[in-house]
Design a binder for this molecule. Structure first.
Ligand SMILES: Cc1cc2nc3c(=O)[nH]c(=O)nc-3n(C[C@H](O)[C@H](O)[C@H](O)COP(=O)(O)OP(=O)(O)OC[C@H]3O[C@@H](n4cnc5c(N)ncnc54)[C@H](O)[C@@H]3O)c2cc1C
Length: 387
């Protein structure tokens, strides 16, 4: 058994960010960073990374994580015949997770985290410490172990709502070069197919949809058929098709218990509108690391979970409420159509929706006004038609 100040289970974006946040605030602290995989490792993802992720990492002392990858400037959204394509205020990146996650993991190790390749199966929370498989112990622990978190189970939190998505890599078709293309489904909502150009000749292509409780999930051939139906030609010569769950955020969900905090997917922090989760993983990871350092500084170790929860609510509370409401509204095809039309007619609406879907944005007054105008417009047209 080795003793540490902090044990982090999972070394993906959330886990690496926990270590970075903790070691930046309290250099020299002993942080064990456990992952079942050796890095680099693949992670099933759309690989779309919001610019705010790089802001957070630069603040945490890790600049240049996107070096060598081309920024993506254009975003298109389509539903049926309605389409909007515009330049984003800030570029995003599409970087394979084998590359991105390794860069973060290496940065955490350079900062002083102690990496261990170890598949965690048991987490025991005692009065004064947390023990992991009777191999690692620390007064504080963080679960950053993804969608099927062992740490989450250990502190008795049930899984929340999920989506399921399939992704692969295929040559970027000419008209989608330099673009992140999203095409919303016409059946279950929220659902969409995507083609995100990586800038190196390949695109990350996929389809995901929210899982209704108890409903069977689509098979791989059905998911591939959905991609082809919404984005014809995009799966040609595709490889590395893999599916995975996305644990969706809501409002008021618990993210900690006493000396144990949950971050990223383990905390159920995926945007329920878009499936984006890397921003929330890095942000919650940094917050948990800083809260751990503060608890060790003051000696108030039992306040760790409460302090971390307060930090998450302060940073993300309004956004989580607004994105949960937006995801609920997106279940209506009419509202989705109105959203696409509003974004088509006004760059500010487009920008605000991007911010709400990829980072820390809210449903702004201009979005509400434009949505209402387009919904009322449709209603008026219908009445005229019926009349
Ligand atoms: C198909 C798909 C497309 C997506 N597209 C996007 C996108 O384009 N943009 C975006 O921002 N987000 C996207 N997401 C969401 C994003 O992938 C996650 O939100 C993000 O990976 C969360 O990071 P994390 O560090 O919390 O978890 P992970 O990245 O899953 O890392 C968890 C780590 O924990 C390790 N681990 C798990 N269990 C154990 C264990 N028992 N013991 C030790 N280690 C363990 C794993 O090996 C892994 O390294 C997508 C998800 C899916 C499934």
């Amino acid at each position: 058994m080795t003793s540490h100040d902090l044990v982090v289970v999972g070394g993906g974006p959330a886990g690496a960010a926990v270590a970075l946040g903790a070691l930046q605030a309290r250099p020299g602290m002993s942080v064990a960073l456990l992952d079942r995989a050796d890095f680099p490792r693949d992670k099933t993802c759309g690989d779309g990374i919001a610019p705010e992720v790089f802001d957070l990492l630069t603040d945490a002392g890790v600049p240049g994580v996107a070096d060598g990858w081309a920024p993506v400037d254009r975003l298109s959204m389509r539903r049926g015949e309605r389409v909007v394509e515009r330049t984003m205020v800030r570029s995003t990146w599409v970087i394979p997770r084998a590359v991105f996650d390794e860069r973060l993991h290496q940065a955490a190790v350079r900062a002083g985290a102690q990496p261990h390749t170890h598949r965690v199966s048991q987490v025991t929370v005692g009065a004064d410490d947390v023990r992991v498989d009777d191999r690692f112990s620390a007064p504080l622990a963080v679960g950053a172990d993804g969608a099927h978190s062992v740490v989450r189970r250990a502190i008795g939190l049930p899984p929340g709502p999920t989506a399921f998505a399939l992704r692969g890599y295929a040559p970027t078709t000419d008209r989608r070069v330099g673009t992140q293309a999203m095409v919303f489904g016409t059946s279950r909502q929220p659902s969409y197919a995507w083609s995100f150009d990586r800038g190196d000749g390949l695109a990350n292509v996929g389809y995901g949809e929210v899982q209704a409780p108890g409903a069977p999930r689509l098979s791989r051939p059905q998911l591939l058929a959905q991609i082809e139906q919404l984005l014809p030609g995009s799966t040609a010569d595709g490889t590395q098709w893999k599916g995975a769950h996305l644990p969706l955020s809501g409002w008021g969900a618990r993210v900690a218990s006493g000396r144990v905090a949950l971050t990223g997917d383990a905390a159920g922090m995926v945007n329920p509108m878009t499936g984006e989760g890397i921003y929330y993983a890095v942000l919650t990871g940094l917050l948990a690391g800083r809260a751990a350092a503060a608890a060790l500084d003051t000696g108030d170790l039992h306040l760790f979970g409460r302090d971390y929860t307060r930090r998450v609510r302060t940073e993300l509370g309004p956004h989580l409420r607004h994105s949960a409401l937006a995801a609920r509204l997106c279940r209506s095809g009419r509202l989705l159509d109105a959203g696409v039309r509003a974004a088509q007619s006004d760059q500010r609406v487009f920008d605000d929706l991007v911010d709400l879907g990829l980072a820390n944005g809210r449903i702004t007054p201009v979005v509400l006004r434009r949505l209402a105008r387009h919904l009322l417009g449709t209603a008026t047209q219908r009445t005229e038609h019926i009349g």
